[in-house]
Write a protein that binds this ligand. Structure first.
Ligand SMILES: Nc1ncnc2c1ncn2[C@@H]1O[C@H](COP(=O)(O)OP(=O)(O)OP(=O)(O)O)[C@@H](O)[C@H]1O
Length: 333
């Protein structure tokens, strides 16, 4: 079970008494008979960089839309920095970077920012924002001539104009090449180091693992895991200990604490375990095992194991079944 905070605190605030950046409690969302979000509890503290990871249809966009005040939950509550989402947006506390739209091809990057800035009463200086978003070198380029990655960095720059406390990005790098994605995330990470809270939805495991402090894994409208990338990897599949062990005592291996599975290939034994140190120690001290190798499972294994095998019931008819599907659900707080 992943937990990061055991300190009691007032609902809606962090243990330090500051409002949570995002505070979802028992949130559900129905579209007719489809229950897209099923009892989500999510508490994000200010300054966290959180990835919302999940397969198609998991409910990421639906949840983000509620945080942005674009739709209302069917039940449960959504608070953003201590406010109703729409009030938080109206106060300029939240900005969003969406995948597409919102750009005029004939304007330059700088003019796009100047024009956007003119719509607000008070904004960060355009030159500062150009630099932060990593688009200063293409400031005089027409938007239509910018690559997909550059256009996304421009959308990021536009989102920064109001200097929001919370930045939300819904699958911002879909369709970008590897180089473009790296440049985009480097700009986001660098900016986040100054304390901005970032919540982004993604399909890319590697992106979530590398750029988020915390990964919230969503499947079928529920949170099925919540922790750092490493915690989630360890949580699901643990590690595999491989050893050469002729005449292995299968029953003894299976009885070891923390061992999830045991497989044999001729003289090789493969043990999947959450406590690889203990298994390795036992093999080396109690058996003739040699050539030990310990490998860590990837986030992809965790993703597949945590998001598959769940029931596919997304109709609200069975929505009363909000029991966690894994021990990890809602485990963070
Ligand atoms: N306006 C709508 N009307 C009906 N069903 C909807 C609507 N919006 C979303 N859904 C359904 O709700 C579920 C969750 O969709 P959502 O778009 O939130 O998932 P997602 O995780 O963002 O997926 P993707 O990664 O494909 O964008 C899906 O079953 C989807 O078909």
């Amino acid at each position: 079970m992943i937990t990061t905070s055991t300190m009691p605190h007032t609902p809606g605030t962090s243990p330090h008494g500051t409002p949570l950046a995002v505070d979802l409690t028992a949130v559900t969302k129905d579209f007719g008979s489809v229950r897209a979000v099923r009892g989500v509890d999510l508490h994000i503290e200010q300054g966290e960089v959180v990835a919302f990871l999940g397969p198609n249809g998991a409910g990421k966009t639906t949840t983000i839309d509620m945080v942005l005040g674009l739709s209302q939950p069917t039940s449960g509550t959504v608070r953003v920095l201590g406010h109703e989402p729409r009030h938080a947006i109206a106060r300029g506390l939240v900005s969003a970077v969406m995948q597409t739209g919102g750009l005029l091809k004939d304007l330059t990057v700088r003019d796009t920012l100047r024009y956007t800035a003119s719509l607000f009463a008070d904004t960060a200086p355009v030159d500062e924002v150009l630099a932060t978003a990593g688009v200063a070198s293409i400031a005089d380029r027409k938007v239509g001539k910018c690559s997909g990655g550059e256009q996304q960095r421009l959308r990021f720059a536009m989102a920064l104009l109001s200097d929001p406390a919370l930045l939300i990005l819904d699958e911002p790098t879909t369709g970008m090449d590897v180089e473009g994605r790296r440049g985009f995330w480097e700009a986001i990470r660098k900016d986040a180091e100054r304390g901005r809270t970032v919540l982004f939805a993604t399909h890319y495991l590697e992106e979530a693992d590398r750029y988020a402090d915390r990964v919230v894994l969503l499947s079928h409208g529920r949170i099925v895991a919540d922790g750092t990338g490493s915690e989630i990897k360890a949580l699901t599949s643990g590690r595999t200990v491989r050893a050469t062990l002729p005449n292995a005592d299968e029953a003894a291996l299976r009885a070891l604490p923390g061992v999830d599975s045991v497989e044999f290939q001729s003289e090789q034994v493969y043990l999947r375990t959450k406590d690889s140190d203990a298994v390795a120690r036992w093999l080396l001290t109690e058996t003739d095992a040699r050539d030990l190798e310990i490998t860590s499972s990837g986030l992809e294994d965790a993703f597949i194991s945590l998001t598959s095998g769940d029931d596919d019931a997304t109709t609200s008819a069975d929505a009363g079944n909000t029991k966690p599907t894994t021990p990890q659900e809602g485990a963070r707080r």
